[in-house]
Write a protein that binds this ligand. Structure first.
Ligand SMILES: [Zn+2]
Length: 504
């Protein structure tokens, strides 16, 4: 059984303990059994019982058994120089059955090992869906010009998908459509499909060629992810929608509205997805009783903004997911513990996420939770993990623990028992990123604007003696002096943890 193999692998890697499987649970120190398994949580429910006599993990399905193993591993603590688990009974199942995080590789080509490790880590936190926005990092066979050099092949993607399934993670391809398609429309052969000729961001939803092309891409995305149930068709940030004049989009937009025009695309592509025996997920186009057009049957869409609409969507058979609020496009770091807008400090991201997710979990109306990331800002995937794992934890159980306790446990778990002062490091970098954003780089909405620099003018002569420069930038100079010791402290924390061989 895979759960047993994973348990043996992890206790050996983390604690140096050796294990082997035996067939009868009576002879095992840790028994994995279907007997007396809890009925809740369909295939994901489990029970972990630790007593002085031994340990039992009970689950009716392989997924629950795997999750029971992950919980047991988290219960192991170092006590008197050896690993120990205290007596406890945990009976557990998820509030929200699908817990999805993004894999956004549009700006870089990941190494295969990183993908495998990422999947393994997600699974250990009971995340069961990876929505992969690969853009040109997949070598489409039908349109070879789209894939970037070194892009993953069909065989690579199939291998990732099978690997992920072993860990109870479903890989869902995200094939963007109406917006975010510069990676396709920059190529001269697809120019005619642009909504407006001068801009490669969005497709025209009224041109047949759009669907010929998307049909090819979606078919390959399905082939690349054998056995997965869903395909995500994107459709957010559709800035170009309705701007085309000769194609008729402007006219349709003005007479029937934005929703109707967008739905032309969503419904056609949604139908293609369903012909491939997959279910469509989208960022937009949910059921709206005020609109004349109905979405493609079963479209999995965003809810949680309007209770009346949510009720209507569910009554019409459209499942809903809750969108874990995105921390935004703060540069260099994420606003986990501290956040500013133009006016000053506002509620930091983790508190916001906690508020939304605990409420959503308790509501019982959501089939899924989708967390996203905008790694256009250049923040590494490891730094996004706190966000993904927070989202997974509170969509699994919205009632406990309190945020403070969860965060402390996160740092212990993710960085291991040798990790030291990493929370302090996060807070320093979090705050310092606002200094960077207000000095060297403008904090702007990301579309087309990321990376624009805003360097202060250089002093005309020796900075120390330039009264004009010192007046104009006096505040920034003062702030930089305040910041220097904090940067030293950040470096010290990094050095110490690196020296101690702390992972991640
Ligand atoms: Zn058009």
């Amino acid at each position: 059984m895979f759960a047993a193999e994973d348990l043996i692998r992890q206790i050996s890697a983390k604690w140096g303990l050796q294990g082997r499987t035996v067939q009868s649970p009576v002879h095992a120190d840790i028994a994995l059994t279907r007997a007396r398994a809890p009925a809740r949580g369909e295939d994901q429910g489990y029970q972990v019982e630790v007593t002085p006599k031994g340990i039992a993990i009970r689950a009716r399905h392989a997924t629950g058994m795997f999750y029971g193993v992950q919980t047991l591993l988290r219960l192991i603590r170092q006590e008197n120089d050896r690993p120990a688990v205290r007596s406890v009974i945990v009976t557990d199942w998820p509030d929200i059955p699908i817990r999805a995080v993004p894999y956004n590789t549009k700006h870089y080509q990941a190494k295969k090992d990183n993908v495998f490790n990422f999947i393994r880590t997600l699974a250990s936190y009971k995340i069961n869906m990876l929505i992969w926005e690969w853009e040109d990092k997949f070598a489409y066979k039908s349109h070879p010009e789209i894939g970037a050099p070194g892009a993953f092949t069909m065989e690579d993607m199939q291998e990732f998908t099978r690997f992920a399934r072993k860990y109870h993670v479903e890989i869902v391809p995200l094939v963007q459509g109406l917006g975010h398609v510069s990676y396709i429309l920059k190529h001269p052969q697809y120019r005619a499909l642009r909504e407006i000729p001068s801009n490669n961001w969005g497709f025209c939803p009224l041109r047949e060629g759009t669907y010929d092309l998307m049909g090819d891409l979606i078919k390959e995305a399905a082939e690349a992810t054998p056995g997965s149930r869903y395909i995500h068709i994107g459709c957010d940030e559709t800035y170009m929608l309705g701007k085309g004049i000769t194609c008729g989009c402007r006219e349709k937009y003005e007479s029937e509205g934005e929703y109707a025009l967008r739905q032309v695309y969503i419904n056609q592509v949604g139908e293609m997805v369903k012909k491939l025996k997959r279910l469509p997920i989208a960022w937009n186009g949910g059921y709206d009783p005020k609109e004349k057009v109905e979405p493609v049957e079963g479209l999995f869409v965003w809810g949680g903004e309007d209770p009346v609409r949510d009720r209507a969507a569910l009554d019409h058979g459209y499942p809903l997911y809750i969108y874990d609020p995105n921390p935004g496009i703060e540069h260099l770091f994420l606003p986990y513990f501290y956040r500013e807008d133009e006016k000053g400090p506002v509620r930091p991201h983790l508190e916001e996420s906690y508020a939304v997710l605990t409420q959503a979990s308790g509501s019982g109306i959501f089939k899924g939770m989708i967390s996203t990331s905008w790694n256009c800002s250049g923040v590494h995937n490891q730094i996004w993990m706190l966000r993904y794992i927070t989202a997974a934890a509170y969509s699994w159980n919205g009632k406990a623990p309190l945020l403070e306790e969860f965060v402390n446990t996160y740092f212990q778990d993710y960085y291991g028992p040798r990790g030291k002062d990493i929370r302090e490091l996060f807070t320093i970098l979090n705050k310092a990123s606002y200094y960077y954003m207000s000095t060297f780089e403008r904090k702007v909405w990301h579309w087309g604007e990321v990376g624009k620099t805003h360097l202060p003018d250089l002093p005309r002569d020796d900075m120390e003696f330039d009264p004009l420069w010192n007046t104009a930038y006096g505040d920034l100079v003062k702030r930089s002096h305040d910041l220097l010791p904090q940067m030293e402290r950040a470096l010290d924390i990094c050095r110490e943890n690196l020296g101690n061989g702390v992972e991640n």
